[in-house]
Design a protein around this ligand. Structure first.
Ligand SMILES: Cc1cc2nc3c(=O)[nH]c(=O)nc-3n(C[C@H](O)[C@H](O)[C@H](O)COP(=O)(O)OP(=O)(O)OC[C@H]3O[C@@H](n4cnc5c(N)ncnc54)[C@H](O)[C@@H]3O)c2cc1C
Length: 428
């Protein structure tokens, strides 16, 4: 019971998940009149918006991950435990984790989302998701490994199968990946593999709706399409992927595309922990919350960030699952928890949309501000600045800046390493 978390007179806030939302609230409660317990299945925070740069060998995984223990070194009444939370017993006010049982006075659920394969088994088995740093690293290894196979292929068909990449999902993740892979193919790979004709390498982006970047403005979606076409990405909208097996991607119109790598960036559903009543859940496993982020039916269990579903007139389908929502909800909940100690009334959440953006490749990005949409080089500079400043840790920021500057001028980042665990088949 209470895996060595000391007893305290202070009320205990247990936070499950140290993503954008969980990290913010844990930091906000620094030296507060609460005992704070942060639980995460990893011992590090991950910066998801730059996974695609790990997958395309532009950044090291360590540049976008930051150990919790380092962040919270000087916090009082704070305890981190690395554990997978399995179940909640709300009547007893305890949660059951892989390391034992933990009691809470207030529970903050911030476990985010995981890839949703929409029950398409063949894609779940053979496709590549990109929802963790380790998945991004696996993708990098696979893509680089396939270039090595392409080099020694017996025939052109086999070579093309190893080179070609299909990305499913035309949201920011799919668009950013497609652009980065195109930059890699156009600028970097021909120098590494002079024996391969990279004009043969197809990068395809498949989107089931009628346009790209559906959550952004029409102008941003149109510009993204134009930029990707300029980079020679084959974009197909209005068609979906039915299956992926034996290196064959089957589309909804029956077309078969031969490719060894399919990257699935087509949807997410909230991470679920057993124990809460069924009525607490809305679509995609998101937890229904009121304006204070209290889970419906509870007065001491909160849900924030991607897994929360707060419905109001402006957001009838809930807020967008983006970092700004997670951060703003965490900031308000921090204040509301502190208000509760001084009997001040809690405030309701109102999302301030500061805009959204996506980068499509070198010098190319789109930005939607509340009253202005634009694209191109200036948008790309803004994208870089905003992402750089959002990274946790001065050292990480510095290394990323150096990396980006180096890559920009040399067009030759040197992170193309295939690092994998030793197996019986491997050489060393
Ligand atoms: C590839 C990609 C690119 C993105 N790009 C952008 C972007 O450019 N801009 C933007 O605004 N948003 C972007 N997003 C979305 C953004 O990352 C999310 O909105 C944000 O991370 C949500 O924060 P969160 O705290 O709710 O969840 P997360 O950041 O997902 O954190 C959840 C945490 O919970 C932990 N966890 C999960 N289950 C358990 C469990 N059972 N037990 C213990 N710990 C658990 C996880 O390890 C993780 O640390 C992107 C997402 C992805 C995947």
């Amino acid at each position: 019971m209470q895996p060595n978390i000391p007893a305290s007179e202070l009320p205990r806030v247990v936070i499950i998940g140290g993503g954008f939302a969980g990290l913010k609230i844990a930091s906000g409660l620094k030296n507060s009149p609460f005992q704070v317990v942060l639980l995460d299945k990893n011992n590090f925070h991950q910066f998801q918006p730059l996974y695609y740069q790990v997958a395309t060998a532009s950044l090291e995984p360590s540049a976008i991950a930051f150990p919790f223990r380092k962040i919270f070194q000087h916090y009082k009444n704070f305890h981190f435990r690395e554990t997978l939370v399995k179940n909640i017993d709300y009547e007893e006010q305890v949660i059951n984790c892989s390391i034992g049982q933990i009691r809470y006075d207030y529970l903050v659920m911030a476990m985010g989302t995981d890839t949703n394969f929409y029950k398409i088994e063949s894609i779940q088995e053979n496709g590549f998701p990109m929802k963790t740093v380790s998945e991004a690293l696996k993708l990098r290894n696979t893509i680089l490994e396939n270039f090595e196979y392409a080099l020694v292929a017996d025939n052109l068909e086999d070579q093309n199968k190893n080179l070609d990449i299909v990305i499913v999902g035309g949201g920011p993740t799919g668009v950013e990946l497609a652009g980065a892979l195109a930059d890699l193919r156009n600028d970097v790979l021909p120098k590494d593999y002079p024996e391969i004709d990279f004009n043969q390498m197809n990068i395809r982006l498949i989107e089931s709706s009628t346009g790209l970047l559906a959550a952004m403005s029409k102008k941003a979606g149109g510009l993204a399409l134009k930029y990707l076409q300029k980079l020679k990405v084959d974009v197909q909208c209005g068609i979906s992927v039915k299956s992926f097996q034996n290196n064959e991607v089957e589309l909804s119109d029956g077309t078969i595309i031969k490719a060894k790598t399919l990257i699935w960036a087509a949807g997410v559903s909230a991470n679920k922990i057993e124990g809460l009543p069924d009525e607490a859940y809305g679509f995609s496993n998101r937890l229904k919350v009121n304006q204070f982020n209290l889970v419906n039916g509870f007065d001491n269990i909160f849900a924030i960030g991607d897994l929360s579903l707060m419905i109001d007139d402006q957001y009838p389908k809930g807020h967008p699952q983006v970092a700004q929502v997670a951060i703003q909800q965490a900031n308000l909940l921090t204040k509301n928890l502190l208000y509760s100690t001084s009997e001040k009334a809690m405030k309701g959440f109102k999302y301030k949309d500061k805009g959204s953006m996506a980068t499509i490749g070198r010098n190319l990005a789109v930005v939607d501000l509340p009253f202005w949409s634009f694209g191109g080089f200036f948008a790309w500079l803004i994208w870089m600045f905003v992402h750089l400043m959002s990274i946790v840790g001065v050292k990480n920021r510095f290394f990323i800046f150096i990396n980006w500057t180096w890559n920009y001028f040399t067009k030759d980042q040197s992170l193309r390493l295939i690092i994998r665990p030793k197996t019986k088949q491997s050489f060393s």
